[in-house]
Ligand binder design. Structure first.
Ligand code: NAG
Length: 352
């Protein structure tokens, strides 16, 4: 994606490198542009561009994908913004994450009437379950309901991706195993880590397919993903659970402060469902902890993970009514700056 961006930038600068400015061109000759293959004048450049028609985009893909993000109970700011018991929130980082991949977002408010929630679910092409702490009651039931609908849609021939991030992954694991006590405790709060790829990890068709090769390599040697969890699952526990091991394929593991190994990225064997114990959205969009990596490579991690989600959502066959989509988009809401306290989420959308 970034290579493409660089190419487009250079394309705009073509007049600078055209043969009439041959000294500039020869000085930058290690960068090859299509125009360098021609040795004509500026006219042949413009005519060759004009003669080229723009190929039609793949008609099987949907270029207006919408991602549903399920809200999480509370104000996302430990009561600093709202103590309303009905309040729920989406940290804006998840919204920006989906948007940076090229999608729009519809908030799925976990405690709104079921009928309303299901109607909104019909307007989206994929879902994110966010991080947090809520593991029971209506929240658990809502995640379970949406997950089951997503599986049904995939079974019925749609391609409907899900990203379960941190708590989102933990909840999916509880739901799939049908065991609410399946999680184990780990010491991995507020720390950056690497990702260790398991032997013969199936990269093709997984989230890591969208990572540039050099970045994939750095994932296992540098701490460029953010962890913030007390719970998780050891690879042994996942493998020994029949329901979990038949659903999930382990892609990576990571190690906590006590040298305990936990599953850090999984991919469904059958469905476009990805589980993260880590936070792909934080690197580019959260600033409330000094531990969040913000290096250029860390930002590429966020961008690559966002790109994969939306590339999956474009495969969805759902073509919702455009006005109904607009009526429900996150643009109808205004985020609140909660990060001024120097901790927690920087911006949150609060629903009440
Ligand atoms: C929420 O309650 C806490 C504890 O009583 C209080 O400190 C805080 O100011 C309240 N928040 C709001 C937005 O009123």
């Amino acid at each position: 994606m970034s290579t493409h961006g660089v190419f487009r930038l250079l394309f705009l600068l073509i007049p600078l490198f055209s043969p009439t400015h041959s000294t500039t061109a020869s000085q930058t000759s290690n960068i090859f542009l299509p125009t360098h293959l021609h040795h004509g004048d500026a006219d042949s450049l413009s005519s060759s561009v004009a003669a080229k028609s723009c190929p039609a985009p793949n008609p099987n893909l949907y270029y207006h994908p919408v991602i549903g993000i399920l809200t999480h109970p509370g104000d996302g700011a430990s009561g600093r913004l709202s103590n309303d018991s009905d309040a729920s929130n989406i940290p804006a980082s998840y919204v920006k994450f989906a948007e940076s991949g090229g999608a729009r977002v519809i908030p799925l408010i976990y405690n709104e009437p079921t009928e309303k929630l299901l109607k909104k679910l019909d307007l989206v092409n994929g879902v994110i379950f966010v991080g947090g702490w809520a593991k029971d009651g209506l929240y658990f039931e809502t995640v379970e309901r949406i997950f089951k609908i997503a599986v049904q849609r995939n079974d019925a021939g749609d391609h409907f991706p899900i990203y379960g991030i941190c708590l989102g992954f933990e909840l999916l694991t509880m739901i799939i195993s049908e065991d609410r006590n399946i999680l184990e405790e780990f010491s991995a709060s507020n720390q950056a880590s690497s990702l260790q790829f398991v032997e013969n990890a199936k990269i093709e068709g997984s989230i890591f397919q969208s990572f540039p090769p050099d970045l994939l390599k750095k994932l296992s040697s540098e701490c460029i993903v953010m962890q913030n969890h007390h719970f998780g699952l050891s690879p042994e526990k996942l493998q020994s659970n029949q329901k979990l091991s038949s659903f999930w394929e382990i892609l990576t593991t990571s190690t906590d402060e006590k040298d305990e190994v936990y599953v850090s990225t999984v991919s469904s064997r059958k469905y476009p469902v990805t589980g993260f114990q880590w936070h792909p959205e934080k690197n580019a969009f959260e600033w409330g902890s000094a531990k969040i990596p913000h290096t250029e490579d860390a930002i590429r991690v966020t961008q690559s993970a966002a790109g994969f989600l939306v590339s999956e959502a474009r495969k969805s066959t759902n073509r919702p009514n455009a006005q109904e989509v607009r009526d429900n988009l996150i643009y109808n809401y205004i985020p609140t700056y909660g990060g001024k306290a120097g901790k927690g989420y920087d911006e949150v959308y609060i629903f009440k």
